[in-house]
Design a protein around this ligand. Structure first.
Ligand code: BGC
Length: 743
């Protein structure tokens, strides 16, 4: 059956948002009433592009081509509602336009319902050739500047729609509290407050005020819930998270995204406390829907319903797994490489194992999003109206973002900024690789294939050569990520240089392929550094890495350390700007950089922490602390002032502090406000970040920064697992200045 709908465009002038929403609800109800069960279960199915492409799944033919017979099967026979991602690698915009036109034409012809296409556009539209590639999320978090997350979101939305795609599987709202995890770099780091601020801005950038806008896309917060803290540190291994911790740390970031209107959510692949999240109605219904009030579409993660059988072993076969997951609250199955889902789900409904109301609820959410995105009116878009796709303007936005993220961790005797006139050696595995700057989900899933890199982007080496002139720069690779290449040659070159810029880190990865057994920087890279140390030439380390690879075995022997994280396509240029003093660094760590692999603790750990010996309560002795980051200028904090010594349930307490740039260079500073609850019924953290603001100060300039504290900023999840603000004394700490108040 084909659904012929007659309706007014819902963007009519003068309509209130409420009228618009009611109109969409009405359209959804009308359409739903005309759909058969087969249509409905098809809507709930999401297949990978491979399933409608020439060739075999996981091995489609090159160059990529849609397969007309498969298209017919998928849309006419299976009535599939959603398609996702790429067959292997990025495509040109033209190819995307052809794919989408083809898909939507056939879907409209066969079903009268447009397809909802989703893609991982996570640091820019990374599956479209020549799109603007931004720093990855962890890098962005280091800027502590939510407006940059907004700009990344809106430019990515623009370029994703320019590729005819209306839905991105981003941002990640998981907390990056375990630095061993291979997807740490896809998070905004370890702190709830910082993640909320950055994530909400990114969602707003993606979605704008109205999803039915050709320059915005639907966001997908992921991966709900508890995905980021696997017990082993390895991706997709079990997590054990007590209810109190879950509520206090892991839920609030998603709640903030829901409150900000995030349209969709992706469910965690993991199992938590022994129950796979995909089969847990307590999480997917009681918590997500009833408590948190989420009304949008919940999509499974890749193959996760099938994995209830093969990995988690809570279901005996695919059919039982589908029953569990759909009844638990999954609206759409990212199947995505098999066509059994709609067939088995239909049987389950007919057998009375899955109630029709559950199906109608799921399908309504999917249809609603399709209406909200304007897909019924215009399933194809006008791909020509995006003159800024991959433009210089967008590249500049990415460059400015990268600049604000780079974090200067160490600068002994002001070795940095470097002089532009001396000879430098550039060496190390990440020195001459754009891929090392971009990380995973770049052109391909693992981000290692250079074929899809944007032409003309500079590596760290190329950017330094452009700045100093080639004659001043010697490049010797020295070591690859895991093996020595020509360390002796690097040593000889170091002897002739004034400084050695040693670029270490990791080559791209994500998910399971990114699991590692050892957090220390690989031996070959360490050997390169130690060999150069012997020459006496000072060393500046540049770290391009998705997670903090430990440097404690040699850190004392280097003079400077600049952490680049994964700064994106413009990262090489940004690094050169900072190294040679054309930009004053102002990034701050969004996670705690550990010193030892067996001492991994977040900044907001518990315990007294008074004695830094082996016998201290929690042995918190990181390499660099959360929030740390140096500048080429100096900032002085003074005049910490609390508006009152007493805060009550209804009131506000204002905290102000004066920050002065006391150095010779203009610079930005992130003013961070921490609060310590001195005594509480549940052991309190040593401190919690409760506010921050980035200020831009000219040399000599000072500004007063103000924060407002309310009772809710002091709340925690108490002994009965409910949120509570307890009476007592609190300490405020801003830039080392302390104040006290009572609640
Ligand atoms: C990842 C998700 C991603 C999805 C679609 C999964 O393997 O966990 O983050 O959005 O694949 O590519």
């Amino acid at each position: 059956m084909i659904f012929m709908l007659s309706f007014m465009p819902y963007t009519s002038i003068g309509e209130t948002p409420k009228e618009k929403a009611d109109e969409i609800d009405q359209k959804v109800a009308d359409l739903l009433s005309k759909m058969s069960l087969k249509d409905k279960v098809g809507e709930m199915t999401q297949l990978a592009l491979d399933m409608i492409s020439v060739g075999e799944p996981h091995n489609t033919k090159e160059p990529h081509q849609l397969d007309p017979a498969k298209l017919k099967k998928v849309f006419r026979d299976l009535r599939v509602g959603s398609i996702m991602n790429v067959s292997g690698h990025a495509y040109t915009r033209e190819h995307w336009r052809d794919i989408m036109t083809n898909i939507q034409e056939i879907a409209m012809k066969e079903k009268g319902i447009p397809v909802l296409y989703g893609i991982d556009a996570i640091h820019g539209t990374n599956y479209t050739v020549d799109a603007t590639l931004f720093p990855q999320q962890i890098t962005l978090a280091a800027s502590w500047n939510p407006s940059l997350a907004f700009s990344l979101g809106s430019i990515t939305a623009y370029e994703t729609r320019a590729s005819c795609i209306p839905w991105t599987f981003s941002p990640v709202f998981d907390l990056g509290r375990d630095v061993r995890w291979s997807r740490l770099w896809e998070t905004f780091g370890e702190d709830v407050f910082l993640v909320k601020k950055m994530g909400v801005s990114m969602v707003k950038g993606y979605q704008g005020d109205d999803l039915n806008n050709p320059y915005h896309v639907a966001a997908c917060m992921k991966h709900f819930l508890g995905y980021s803290t696997p017990w082993t540190g390895k991706d997709r291994t079990p997590a054990y998270i007590p209810e109190r911790q879950l509520k206090e740390y892991f839920v609030p970031t998603f709640q903030a995204a829901i409150d900000a209107g995030a349209a969709t959510i992706m469910i965690s692949s993991g199992e938590m406390n022994g129950i796979p999240v995909h089969a847990n109605p307590k999480i997917l219904k009681d918590l997500l829907r009833d408590e948190m009030g989420f009304e949008g579409l919940a999509v499974s993660d890749w193959e996760d319903i099938l994995l209830l059988v093969s990995r988690h072993r809570v279901a005996k076969d695919h059919k039982e797994a589908i029953k569990m997951a759909v009844n638990a609250g999954i609206d759409m199955s990212m199947v995505p490489m098999n066509t059994e889902f709609p067939v088995l789900l239909k049987e389950l409904v007919e057998e009375g194992e899955v109630p029709m109301e559950r199906i109608d609820e799921a399908v309504s959410r999917i249809l609603k999003l399709k209406f909200q995105l304007g897909l019924f009116e215009n399933p194809f878009y006008n791909a020509d109206k995006y003159p800024d796709f991959g433009s210089e303007k967008h590249a500049t936005a990415s460059f400015n973002t990268a600049l604000e993220c780079l974090t200067l961790l160490k600068n002994n005797d002001n070795i940095l900024p470097l002089s532009k006139t001396g000879k430098v050696l550039v060496t190390g595995p990440t020195a001459n690789s754009i891929n090392a700057l971009n990380g995973g989900w770049t052109g391909t899933w693992q981000g290692r294939n250079e074929q899809y890199n944007t032409k003309g982007k500079q590596t760290i080496l190329e950017a330094i050569q452009a700045k100093l002139g080639k004659e001043q720069v010697t490049f010797v690779e020295g070591a690859s990520e895991l093996e020595a290449v020509n360390i002796q040659e690097a040593v000889e070159a170091a002897k002739k240089a004034e400084v050695a810029i040693v670029c270490l880190g990791e080559m791209p990865y994500t998910e399971k392929p990114g699991d590692r057994d050892d957090l220390y920087i690989p031996d070959a890279q360490r050997a390169l550094v130690e060999a150069i140390v012997e020459t006496g030439t000072p060393i500046v380390l540049v770290l391009a890495e998705g997670r903090p690879r430990l440097v404690s075995k040699f850190e004392e022997k280097v003079a400077g350390v600049l952490l680049a994280y994964l700064p994106g396509n413009e990262g090489g240029r940004a690094i050169a700007e900072v190294l040679f003093g054309d930009y004053n660094p102002n990034g701050k760590l969004p996670y705690t950089y550990p010193r030892f692999p067996h001492s991994i603790l977040t900044y907001d750990h518990k315990g007294t922490d008074q004695i830094k010996t082996d016998f201290s309560y929690n042995a918190f002795n990181p390499q660099w602390e959360f929030g740390h980051g140096l500048s080429y200028t100096t900032f002085e904090y003074s005049d910490l002032n609390l508006s009152s010594k007493q805060l009550d349930a209804k009131g506000n307490l204002n905290v102000s502090v004066v920050v002065k740039n006391t150095g010779k260079m203009d610079g930005k500073e992130v003013v961070q406000l921490y609060i310590t609850d001195k005594v509480a019924t549940v052991t309190p953290s040593v401190k919690r970040l409760r506010g921050f603001e980035k200020v831009d100060l000219k040399a000599g300039e000072s500004k007063t920064v103000e924060f407002s504290i309310r009772a809710s900023n002091l709340a925690f999840v108490g002994i009965d697992n409910q949120w509570v603000t307890e009476e007592g004394e609190f300490e405020v700490n801003v830039g080392g200045l302390k104040g006290e108040f009572e609640y």
